[in-house]
Design a protein around this ligand. Structure first.
Ligand code: SAM
Ligand code: SF4
Length: 349
């Protein structure tokens, strides 16, 4: 759709990409990766994400219907150059229409790559149906292998179900199965080597994610956060890590081959090693708002336009406009940083 022309100025590049219909911002970044939050509700209560009592859930009439989600996904793929769609939440496996949505999205042309980020509860049952519907791969969140810690971290006694779900995803071929781990000081920060050993033994790819100021309970504290550097230093005491020769591109994780490979480990230093300059993401919330960044403080309401009778071209134009003003970076380290009003579970992580 767009080939690089080395002699053009930034302004020329932005105008060209805009005229090609792409989701370009004023810094010339192009969004090709769409994250769709299917639901804000969740069946766990991870302490870094939600308070014990949950959050005020979105009223049903505000949630996009399955048909609305598929329509917006189609516009994204056909008109805006989206190449990959990740479904998330809240907990996306709680969305009753998930299999049908996937089925329709993977029938789009050109067919987007599809992925799902989930806590794994219910995966043991649904993994084959997800595979049949065309899902390519999954990330499953797991912060500890110790049952009592799991209860403390998620406020639910479901470790076994998550482990069964992870095994089922692998068996169904939703591979490579990636495991997402958030380390918290004094809670599970001693578990990095054990988690990596477990992943190596099962053929899963582990990703550590720095804890971000996106929790519904506003408990994030910069000084309590386990940094990418700390995680790497700890892993290097137990494993031989060599930089992954594969090109990183816009991927948020920096990856290393573990003990010569082929299995890799990744660290997503969202806070201390931001990758905003290469960001290729756009986000659609469960209630139909476009966000140009996880940390955006403004949203663009596609649901109202869609329900007001907007055409596909009008919706595509609104989406392009929502992206052009994307900020250069998340600015977590700026004194003026404001945590977005919506928590991660409502934006879609
Ligand atoms: N419920 C699903 C899950 O847990 O995988 C999908 C949604 S969840 C918001 C997506 C990812 O965001 C999970 O891997 C979770 O660990 C991570 N996450 C949630 N809150 C976070 C925070 N404050 N900082 C960093 N990662 C966070
Ligand atoms: Fe639920 Fe995922 Fe948030 Fe945990 S991280 S409470 S599983 S949305």
């Amino acid at each position: 759709m767009s080939s690089p022309t080395p002699d053009e100025t930034l302004q020329e590049r932005v105008s060209r990409l805009r005229s090609e219909g792409r989701l370009v911002d004023r810094f010339g970044r192009v969004a090709t990766d769409l994250r769709i939050s299917l639901i804000d509700k969740c069946n766990l209560r991870c302490t870094y994400c939600m308070p014990a009592e949950g959050l005020p859930w979105l009223p049903k009439e505000q949630l996009l219907t399955d048909d609305e989600i598929v329509r917006l996904a189609r516009i994204a793929v056909e008109k805006l150059g989206i190449e990959e769609i990740r479904f998330t939440g809240g907990e996306p496996l709680l969305r009753p229409g998930l299999v049908s949505i996937l089925d329709q999205v993977t029938s789009l042309s050109p067919r987007p790559q599809t992925a799902l980020t989930t806590n794994g509860l219910g995966m043991a049952r649904i993994a084959p149906a997800l595979k049949d519907a065309g899902l390519d791969r999954v990330n499953i969140s797991l912060d500890t292998l110790a049952p009592e810690r799991f209860v403390a971290l998620t406020r639910r006694d479901r470790l076994h179900d998550v482990l069964d779900g992870i095994a089922a995803a692998q068996q169904a071929g939703l591979t490579p199965v990636k495991i997402n781990t958030v380390l918290m000081r004094g809670v599970n920060d001693d578990e990095a080597p054990a988690l990596l050993r477990w992943c190596l033994a099962h053929g899963y790819e582990l990703r550590f994610i720095e804890q971000m100021p996106l929790d519904g309970g506003h408990i994030w504290d910069r000084h309590q956060m386990i940094t990418a550097q700390e995680i790497l230093a700890e892993l290097q005491q137990h494993f031989d890590l060599t930089p992954d020769p594969a090109h990183r591109g816009a991927a948020p994780a920096e990856t290393w081959l573990v003990d010569g490979g082929p299995i890799r480990v990744g660290v997503i230093g969202s806070v201390t090693r931001p990758f905003c300059g290469d960001c290729d993401r756009t986000r659609l919330t469960a209630d139909g708002q476009i966000r140009n960044c996880l940390f955006a403080t403004e949203e663009s309401d596609l649901r109202a336009a869609l329900r007001g009778g907007a055409s596909d071209d009008e919706l595509a134009d609104r989406w392009r406009t929502a992206m052009i003003g994307k900020r250069a970076g998340h600015g977590i380290d700026d004194p003026s940083f404001l945590q977005p009003a919506r928590p991660m579970s409502a934006i879609g992580g």
